[in-house]
Ligand binder design. Sequence first.
Ligand code: BES
Ligand code: MN
Ligand code: ZN
Length: 473
Amino acid sequence: MPTKLVDVEVATTSRRNVPTVVLAATGPALGPGGDDLDASEITGKAGETVRHRDTEVWTLGVGTGSLGDYRTAGAALARALSGDDAPRTADVLLTPDFDAEKVRAFVLGAALGGYRFKVTAEDGPKRVGSLRLVAGDPGFEEVLTSAALKAHALATATSLARDLANAPSNVKDPRWLATTAAKLADKVPGLTAVVRDEKWLQQQGFGGVLAVGGGSARPPRFIELTYDGGGAEHLVFIGKGITFDTGGISVKPADGMHLMRTDMAGGGAVISALMAVARRQLPIKVTGLVPCAENHISGSAYRPGDVVRHYGGATTEVQNTDAEGRMVLADAMAYAVRTLSPDLVVDVATLTGAMKVSLGLRTGAVFTTSDELAASVVEAGSRVGEKWWRMPLLEEHVEAVASEIADYKQCPPGPGGIAAALFLQKFAGDVPWVHLDIAGPARSEKVYDEVVAGATGFSARTLIELAESFSRK
Ligand code: BES
Ligand code: MN
Ligand code: ZN
């Protein structure tokens, strides 16, 4: 940790004795450097890589040149230039259509496509270390360089979010997650980290975090990351930090339980986003909160039927100890609303298996009452290659959140993802709020585009882009 990503620079001259990559659009239509190439073996399909016989020349398919195609192409190139004969570096000859957005997509793909997580004593496989993007027109060098830098920052954040989520839970307990975040944050000027322990949580009344964390021998923590770059708005990002989810007394089936080491993916995305926002010195104030707990089974575990008192006093009737995410998020949201005077609260969580059924594994769910905020998230995501779909906070299910014996019912009946969102909404007060359920896209079984199997780092980039869009307001 952390994985070394492929470096990318932009220049107007190509280098001698360095492998060259010629871009090929569907057709194929070859870009600069392609005049003398034999095009019979290539189609130009996005991500197609061909090494031309006995040469140091490659062609890379970029499809129809959409942003997604460039992301796919960048990732395919990073994967193709790996293995025993991987070159140290290569020149990519850009076509004249390249603008800032396309460079961003390509660099994002190239930096992340070669990502790998493996705990081993062996050396990692050889991989290309850097790429030079060669632009034809010197007038664009500056714009494209800044686009490449931004893309690299987004990729770095995604990579850290992946590393944190991929870390196995024998290593990653709440204390590890909190101290790792604090250590990383300490290296970034302008970013402050405070880690609270179980005694502080007790004094402050974080009953949800304490209930969920109570079954584990490894006590809960609460991370608060603060960055103040000036500006009028204060955003609070809250990430679910369950370092392992057994389900608790309402235990999960054995099949697939191991995947629950990534149940802090939302928290990892928040930590990574705060680091990137501070590194880029965006003119905005952002606080990141990550309630960390291990949802475990033992004699001290919380039970179905318990009534838990959250930060600020509201109570929840527990129905299923496996619905632990909302228990810890409720505390953090109440804390944000009561103590931080936020202009916007965004929570991110691998919250409900139901969302995997609704939207599949490549699209995140957005819940908010505000059309404008929903659009901001969807647009921010589309600029950085993350897909979001708005879900409704259905009025007819709101009543079901009421309990006979407490203020709220933890698992109101109805569609799972929506019911969870309606529960959380009770803790947002009057503050504009967005809930992001990333249970689907936080993990992948497959390699596709810039994603490799395992934790995807999904939502870190959207959070950064959202902060940037608010800083321009
Ligand atoms: N962490 C899980 C949700 C999850 C499931 C994320 C699969 C990623 C993949 C969450 O804590 C959970 O267990 N939710 C329950 C809620 C239910 C008990 C109301 C679920 O979705 O089954
Ligand atoms: Mn659970
Ligand atoms: Zn969970």
